[in-house]
Structure formats: C-alpha cells, structure tokens
Design a protein around this ligand. Sequence first.
Ligand code: ADP
Ligand code: MG
Length: 724
Amino acid sequence: MSSSISRLQAITAASNFKPSAAPVTFRETFATELYGSNVFSPTVMKDRLPKSIYKSVMQTIESGAKLDATVADVVASAMKDWAIEKGATHYSHVFYPLTGISAEKHDSFLSPDGLGSAITEFSGKTLIQGEPDASSFPSGGLRSTFEARGYTAWDVTSPAYILENPNGTTLCIPTAFVSWTGDVLDSKTPLLRAMQVLDQQVRRVLKLFGHEKIAHISSTGGPEQEYFLIDRNFFYARPDLLNAGRTLFGAKPPKGQEFEDHYFGAIPERVLAFMLDVERELFKLGIPIKTRHNEVAPGQFEVAPVYESSNLAADHQQLVMTFLRSVAEKYGLACLLAEKPFAGVNGSGKHLNFSLGNATQGNLLDPGDTPHANAQFLVLCGAVIRAVSLHAKLLRAVVAGAGNDHRLGANEAPPAIISIFLGDQLTDVFEQIKAGGAKSSKAKSSLNVGVDVLPTLPKDAGDRNRTSPFAFTGNRFEFRAVGSSQSIGASILTLNVIIAESVDFLATELEKAGPDKLNETIQQLLKDIIDEHGSVIFNGNGYCAEWHEEAEKRGLPNLKTTIEALPAYTSPSTIAAFEKYGILTARELESRREIAYEHYVKSVNVEANTIIEMAKTIIYPAAMRYQSELADTAAKLKAAGLQPDTTVLEQVTSMAKDLLAGVSKVESALNHGENGSVERHARHFKEAVLPAMQEVRTAADALEGMVADDLWPLPTYQEMLFIR
Ligand code: ADP
Ligand code: MG
C-alpha cells in the first residue's frame, strides 16, 4: 500500500467538497439592517440611556473627555439588558496582551440569590474594571508569575459588542490591560495615550493656521489584510501548517504566479461564499468591510475595511483575523495568515493606511486645493517625513518577527530598508522648497509662496509604488511592512507617537516665530527637514539590488532580520519619545523588546521541532520506500542478467543521507546550553538553527522531485494552491 494515504484522502476530500450550509445572501436581511446589529452603538445608547448619561458617554467617545465614572452603573445596566435580549449569557472583558492575539475571560451574568435561585447582575464596577489572572501573559520581565494580578479597564471609545457562537453568546467589552503595579501589559493602553497626545500636538498646528473651531483630532487606520485559503484537508495532512502556520517543506510547483492570472481574477465560488459569510459576521459587529479581491499568488486573497479611528481600527483588525480563521472552517477551508506560508510564492502583508483628521478640518494629510491648505498639509507632511526618518529603525522593529523575516526584502514585499515614497509631484514640491530657501532676492515673495507659488496639489500626487515600505498614496500614508499575522497595535501606536513628536517640534518652532514670521519659518523648517531627512525619500524600485547599495551610501539602516531590528525598541531616541509624552517607560519598552525576542525563539523552536519530526517520520520513510522499490528493481534486473541503471537509486540514497545529516544538525543546534540573555538565545536560533533547518528542507525538497508521486506523503504546493 502506498504511504501517501493521508495525502490521497485529502485530495479526494478536497475535490468532493460540498457546502453544508446554505449560501449567505443579503436578500432576506439586507446588509444595512445587519450592519452594527450586534454593537452597543451610539444609536443603541441613545435609545436606552437617559439623555444626560448618553451625552456624557458621547463626550468621552467623540472628544476624548475624561470618563465620568458615575455613569457606569446606568450604562452597565442598559448594556446587560440589551445583551440578554440578544441571547447573551456571559460577558467578557476583551484585552490585547502582547502576544498579538486578543484574550477573553468569560463571566456569567448570573449570581445566586441565596434562596436557590439566581438573578442577573452586571454592575458599573464590573463594567469598568476586571481582574483576569495576568500571570500567563508575557510581561517581558515586568513582573514575576507570583505577582499575577492584572486589571482590565473599560475602553468606552471602542463599543461593546455581542459575539455569537453556535454554543453561546457573549457580551464583549474592549478593555485596556495593566498590571497591579501599574505597568502596561497591552497594546491598547499606550495607543489611547498616544492618540491623546497627537490630538494635543496637531491642534497647535491648526491653531497656528488660524482655525478656531477644531474638533477632536484622531489618527485613522485602514488595514488591508492579505491571506491564503487552502482546503482544510490539506491543512490537517501537513504537520508544518498545523504547528507553524507555514510550510517548512515543499518544492516549487511547475506553475506558480508567473502568468499573473490570479491577481484580481474572478473569485472562485467557494471562496466567494466564504467571503460573504465573513462580511456578514463583520457587518454585524459594525466593521466596515469594503473591498475584497484575489491577490498575486494563487490561493491568496485580500480584504480591507473603510478606515476608522486608530483604536477602533486596531480592535476591529483583531476581529477580522479571528473571523477569517473561524469562518474558513465552515467552508472546509483553512485560512493562513502567516507572512510566508509557501516558499517561492508571494507572501502576505498587512498594508496599514494611516492619516489624521477630524470632523471640522477633515483629512489633514489631504493636500487640498488651496495654497493655504497646502502649507498646513506640508507642515504635517514634513512632520511625517521627519518622524519616519528619525525613527526608521523603530518602525522596522515593530514589524519584526520570525514570520515577517521571510517576507521583508524578498523582492515581493518592501525591503527591510525604511524609506518613503512621496511620488514625483510631492517630491518636486519639496525640491522647490529646498531650492527656494537659497534664492535670497526672490526669497520674500517665494516665502509666502513657499506656500503661494506652490502648485495646487492634485489629489493623486503621483503614481503608486508597490515596492516602498512607506508610501504616500494621495491623502494618506501606507505602511506596507506590517506582517499579515501581526496585530497593527504596535505599528499604529508607533506612528502616533513619532508623528506627535515631530508635530510638537514644528509647532514649537512656529509658535516661537509668531504669526508675522509664520510663512518664512515654515519655509525654513521644511527646508531643514529636507536637508536633514531628505535621504529617506526614495521613489524608485525598492526591490532592486541597486537600491540596497544606494541606501547604504545614504546611511539608511538596513536591518535585515528580527535580531538586528529589535534593539531599536530601547534606543535612546525611542525612549526619549515614549517617555516625553508618558506613553511607555524605558522599562516597559524593554519588556516589549524582550517579549519580541522570546516570541522569535518560541516560533523558530516550534518550527525546528516540527522539521525534525516530519523529516524523520514522514519524509525519510517515503524515501526509504522508494529506495527499496528501486533496489528491488535493480536486484531483479541483475538476476535477469541485465545491467541495472542505479543513478536514481544512488541519488535518492544520497539525498536521504543529506536529510538525516541536516536533522542531526538541527538537533544539535537545539541542544545547546543556556545562552544567557534572550537576545543571545534568539541570535543562536537565527545563526545556528535556521541554517540547519534550511539544509533539511533542501534535501527534502530535492527528494520530493525524485520520489515516485504515489509514495510522496505530503500534499504538494500544486495541490494546496490550485485545488479549490
Ligand atoms: P489599495 O489596495 O489600492 O491601496 P484598498 O482599497 O485596498 O486600496 O485599501 C485602501 C485602504 O486605505 C482602505 O482601508 C481605506 O479605507 C484606507 N484609507 C483611505 N483613506 C484613509 C485615511 N484617511 N486614513 C486611513 N486609511 C485610509
Ligand atoms: Mg489593496
């Protein structure tokens, strides 16, 4: 019998897939009716809360006003009634620990009344504060496990929602997560702080430009999520996908993405049914899913919402990932969020679109069409350029991770060099500013103009550039280096902090100069920014080798892997920015760096152990079976008096030997003594374990190209990517 039974069963099951549920149609319940139906939204609150309480809560949500704790009891009671009407039996404080995934602990609404019955209870106190055991969440040395106490605190700005599950319905309350000692343990707390600081700083600039009515300013995020779908049967037949979320073996298929026939192509039926279902679930939670399409690689897709305020965008992004994974199961699919699930095939990213704006002045990174607005835009745009240049290493650090290391710089994702694409027209504007300052005679007039002579900026200030990690796309910047499996929390937090810092710098200079010298000073400051930080601007092809050389000449950092990138978490410039605005302390930043190293070590460790197991128990036996078949044949030929050709037999034998040699290397690399610091430990994984893993893979992939197909035990790339 062939050893490839699980592979063959998977293929059969995948080709015979029949949907078990009726397809989602929006005919019975139209999307507008569904939208937000499971959200304790302002509309619901308006209906259910006394007017004064509603107003007070909305003040906090819309203007960032301090939460009046006395409203909590009333809100809690209304929230409980609403949730119970929706079928909820439990409530949960949802929080965002530094594992990158969301955590929940469910509590029942029921409390025994002492007389043998129970009443439902949900007080303001339980709404505002929870106390999950924090000991199992990573703290990066911030506290020992015996100091388990952690607190969750209600985030009013991210609405509570109902999570429906076939086995129970839960009221979910987004919360911030801190330790008993007050140390920040999550991604939400610093983000909320940073958004507040950004509002304060940008407000100063708007005031300088004469705005009097300025609504609360918020940064906005629109994350595009790329992912792969494969049939679930293949997923279960591959221990590497099951354990590591990516394939650790697999020869390249004869047909890949070279025809580009998948990109934006017709969406396969089963996939479309899946997408509709995901959209329906997300609509219920008020998550504004907007676009969906096929991506570059076969089996790769993308989903993107309409942008929202950063905090909300971050919470919603977590839910998007959750639903992509869980709904896939209903359709017999597995959703792969790993950055590089298939070697040699395009990887997945998460393009984080980012801007700032408010209700009175609109999108502040929109060039607008008046020179006056241009100047304001240019100041803010200058702040972004300065911020990205000053903190390029930090931006690289917050997207670092074992998975993203396989993607960044692999000629299909932006390189690890952080540069900004401005587009030709905007670059030209900054060139003019640079030159304008030098012309002394014309200076006076061109200062006004520095503002006035500038061309009216068109909305699309130039072409797109897919190869840039940080691209201006007409009215926002797109941070394209984020990994597909990562939470956007750290990236969006960092953008808020570093931009606030540069806006602060510019506002301080402009305030010092006073209104009479405003234009002149703008001109000078922008010129300084371009002189000092212009080297971060690069409009060319980020994928080509010349850029790597050019970037080195410019002195731009090229931190190729997680190991080189992570130290930026605690560089003096990072600590200065984060401490200045009370976002995170040096100690908290250090803990984040440690957690990232630990995560790297754990990820590679799991992969290494999976490689060993698969090589020994799945691939080597297949090679031996084929070897024995070939040897049998050779012996029979010889017995028949013929001279057998043993080339293939010899090759298979030698590859199998290489495979085992590689396995030994991985084993001894894993079997190392304590490496002291977690950083040194991580470095060992990168320098000793990963290369040994690659040796095993090379041998295994060569065997895949050699061993008889009916004996090959693992679903192949071809099968996983093309059978739908
Ligand atoms: P593309 O792939 O062409 O860049 P998509 O439509 O896939 O565009 O995604 C663009 C994303 O940018 C969407 O999520 C969109 O809501 C978001 N976006 C648009 N304007 C802003 C803004 N002002 N701030 C943040 N994100 C924005
Ligand atoms: Mg897109």
